[in-house]
Design a protein around this ligand. Structure first.
Ligand code: SF4
Length: 170
């Protein structure tokens, strides 16, 4: 796999998020991170959560989240093995600040399994409200598929792919 910034990287295009919406999503993620920290689910550092092909996980994100992640990565989308998140390098996430909600909430810890969907649904509803408040077309789909396409949001009439049915990873 190539490292972020290699010559094989793609560059995401599309309209930049406003400073207001960027800050509001950053604040929302900070609240989610604090809530997760309060529960302290166990992370085994196995990398399973990001290895979608091997574990048959699917990570969904809204178009706003995907665009935020791209911008936090400097609009550079590294090349990656098929199906892998381009920011999954040597078993570690290279996009900690920009990673979407599903990444922030997914842990292998079975004691966290009952809590995670409730936190996800509430935070996802807040992200949907952000889309609406800032008049950003709502879309919901595969995070990896979108970023690896090097999506041009303007060409798709929104900030991401068509709506998908599920939330989070798995
Ligand atoms: S952005 Fe998410 S899926 Fe990608 S490497 Fe980071 S935690 Fe894993």
């Amino acid at each position: 796999m190539s490292a972020p910034g290699d010559d094989t990287s793609q560059h995401a295009t599309g309209d930049a998020l406003s400073a207001d919406v960027t800050q509001e999503l950053a604040d929302l993620y900070a609240r989610v991170d604090a809530e997760v920290a309060g529960h302290a689910p166990r992370c085994e550092m196995s990398g399973r959560c990001c290895d979608f092909p091997r574990n048959e996980h699917r990570l969904y994100a809204t178009g706003l989240e995907t665009r935020y992640a791209q911008e936090r990565a400097g609009l550079v989308v590294p090349e990656a093995d098929s199906g892998l998140c381009p920011w999954h390098v040597d078993g570690l996430c290279q996009l900690r600040d920009g990673r979407p909600l599903g990444c922030r909430l997914y842990f292998c810890d079975p004691d966290w399994a009952d809590t995670m969907p409730r936190v996800y649904e509430r935070a996802h509803a807040e992200i949907l409200a952000l889309h609406q408040r800032h008049d950003i077309a709502y879309s919901y789909g595969s995070f990896v598929h979108t970023v690896r396409e090097g999506v041009d949001a303007a060409q798709r009439g929104g900030l991401g792919p068509a709506a998908g049915p599920n939330g989070g990873q798995a």
